[in-house]
Design a protein around this ligand. Sequence first.
Ligand code: KIV
Length: 261
Amino acid sequence: MKQSIGSILKAKNNRKLTMITAYDALFAKLFDDKVDFILVGDSLNMSFAGKEDTLSATLDQMIYHTNAVCNGAKNTFVICDMPFGTYTNETDAMKNCVRVFQETNANAIKIEGGSSKAHIVKHLTQNSIAVVGHIGLMPQNFRSEGGYKVKGKDEANTAQLIQDAKDIEKAGAFCIVLEGVKEEAAAQITKAVNVPIIGIGAGIYVDGQVLVWSDMLGLFEEFKPKFVRQYINGASIVKNAIDTYINDVENLNFPADAEKY
Ligand code: KIV
């Protein structure tokens, strides 16, 4: 059954939430009615489009993929990641999020940023856009920070992250993704707010976990972040299947009688 914002909020301190990314209807259907939410992450720019980072994902691409996911996952709460540069001010953020809400069936959008983005979260939520925040390691800062940097390594940074979480909660975000943060800091951030904190590379003391689907299924081979658990080795399963197919074709084992008209 599709979660509501109310049921997601109630899960805090009661049960752990699960989120997975998806980019198409095929996989979204496999994940449907299982996880609490599906995120159409701008990580699709890397694993799906083969780019080095998420920064060149466009709003049109996110809308296309969000539609595909909504078509496949009719019983799951779907979140569309707003791509880099689409929410730098309140007017643009509202215009772009309205497009997502009007052109897809997404239930919420996600934006990266803490205290400095709280006014944007407030503007969106006051205008009927449900917002998931994203703080800690923010992949859209990949170029400005010169790489992916783990956060919450010292007291000052942890205090800033707690403030970030509090500010976007106050602004109306109903859930916050916390990425690439030391476990002890993540535990403090999780305790500091009443909305669920969904961790990725943030240890176990959070309210739920999110993984990128192609990472957890072992399909993305470029690199494997430390926090990723591969539940199957998808790449070798696919490669073995392709080798077997080629072999069957070359040896006239495919098609067999039952596969002919
Ligand atoms: O884009 C994405 O897939 C994300 C997750 C890593 C949380 O933002």
